[in-house]
Design a binder for this molecule. Structure first.
Ligand SMILES: [Zn+2]
Length: 242
């Protein structure tokens, strides 16, 4: 792993002994951290809406081409698979880049204000990172016209996955992570680990790029009730484990 990876200071205090619905990362972020995350999230939402509106205007004015009308489900499935592979690979590469020393300090640090994440944390991004991440969609539309259903389906899936994987509770049983049918899909237990240990799990919606590049980790000991939380990040400033 690159030595330049850093972990943000964590503004949090230990929550105490885990209960039956214990969180994945067992800390409570400061109120100022949550307020800052929400402000950044609203900026990201504005950027997403602006990009979506601009793309729609360009399509309606004929400057960007998309396919419409009846088309076979097989073609939609193929386009979705191709788009998903491209977007996931791009976001993985962007995320790795964001963890180099300079970009982490100036940009990506704002996404790592707390190791205990929630849905708002998913969209808590520096505007430059939000543009780089969500700007991939209009760029792909410009490069190759696909069906409008593909654009809507992949965009909705990626944004839903991004938000869902930042919730600090795991909704699936242990078997999810042990089955080849399901373990390719990122869950909160996988992604929240990245916020506690920034050396692993950079993937956005799937575990595939992390498996390919050797950065995948899922600690199933979290399921063993009564144990200490799998990840308890440092409660003071400075570099963490990463
Ligand atoms: Zn990160």
């Amino acid at each position: 792993m690159p030595r330049s990876i850093e972990h943000a200071a964590v503004d949090a205090i230990p929550r105490g002994a885990p209960g039956p619905r214990r969180p994945i990362v067992d800390v409570v972020p400061g109120a100022d951290v949550r307020r800052r995350e929400r402000r950044l999230a609203w900026t990201t939402i504005a950027i997403i809406l602006t990009l979506g509106t601009a793309t729609t205007i360009l399509v309606l004015s004929g400057r960007l081409r998309v396919a419409t009308g009846a088309v076979s489900p097989a073609r939609i499935a193929l386009e979705c698979a191709a788009w998903l592979a491209i977007v996931e690979t791009y976001l993985y590469g962007l995320h790795r880049l964001m963890h180099t020393r300079r970009l982490f300090r100036s940009v990506h640090r704002l996404h790592h204000l707390s190791a205990a994440t929630d849905a708002w944390t998913a969209l808590s991004l520096h505007p430059a990172e939000a543009l780089a991440a969500f700007g991939i969609f209009p760029v792909l539309v410009a490069l190759h016209p696909v069906h409008v259903a593909t654009i809507v389906a992949v965009s909705a899936f990626m944004i839903t996955a991004l938000v869902a994987t930042h919730v600090n509770h795991e909704p699936v049983p242990r078997g999810w992570h042990q089955s080849a049918l399901t373990s390719w899909l990122t869950t909160p237990l996988v992604h929240v680990a990245h916020h506690a240990d920034a050396r692993v799990n950079f993937g956005a919606a799937t575990t595939l790029p992390d498996r390919l590049f050797g950065t995948h980790r899922v600690d199933l000991s979290w399921y063993d009730r009564g144990r200490e939380p799998a990840w308890r990040p440092p409660t003071t400033g400075g570099s963490g484990r990463a």
